[in-house]
Design a protein around this ligand. Structure first.
Ligand code: ZN
Length: 162
């Protein structure tokens, strides 16, 4: 099955980008950073093991164990412009791929990169939890708003337990 790549950019301050398309149960969503990227960080913080750990943890929390989820750390040029993460999924096969930005390409302060990346993972998985809903591929603004609020709330809730 051909994967349909559709992109959505949502920008800081609640400004939403172009609409996307979706067909045959395949879809994707893209997460943009809260700040504009600039420069590079020579010290990678994010590891594939950490990414696996987050996905396993949040996949369990969100009861998404019936999905087979691949993950990949990618460079700036492998993501849509302004994106820090994205997800592609296929409902018929229950397979998804999450890609997150390599920390060497992040413009965030070192202390914020990991938390922001975990938030991106949660964000993409919340999208997945809604993937069976009758979403409107041409109007994903409300979906993005809900996903953003829920993912921030989930992480805030977790932080408050520490
Ligand atoms: Zn999103």
């Amino acid at each position: 099955m051909r994967a349909v790549t559709v992109l959505l950019f949502f920008f800081a301050f609640g400004v939403f980008g172009p609409a996307e398309s979706k067909s045959a149960g395949n879809a994707s969503r893209t997460t943009s950073p809260q700040v504009v990227r600039a420069g590079t960080n020579p010290n990678p913080l994010l590891t594939q093991d950490l990414l696996y750990f987050w996905i396993a943890k949040w996949q369990r929390t969100l009861a998404l164990e019936d999905w087979s989820i691949e993950s990949k750390i990618v460079r700036t040029w492998e993501l849509p412009e302004r994106a820090v993460a994205n997800i592609h999924w296929s409902l018929p096969t229950k397979k998804a791929t999450i890609r997150v930005l390599d920390s060497v390409d992040s413009s965030l302060p070192r202390s914020e990169i990991l938390k922001d990346t975990e938030l991106s993972v949660v964000h993409e998985l919340v999208h997945l939890s809604m993937s069976k809903l009758p979403l409107d591929p041409n109007h994903t603004e409300l979906e993005e708003e809900a996903v953003k609020k829920l993912s921030v709330a989930l992480l805030t809730l977790e932080d408050s337990k520490k």
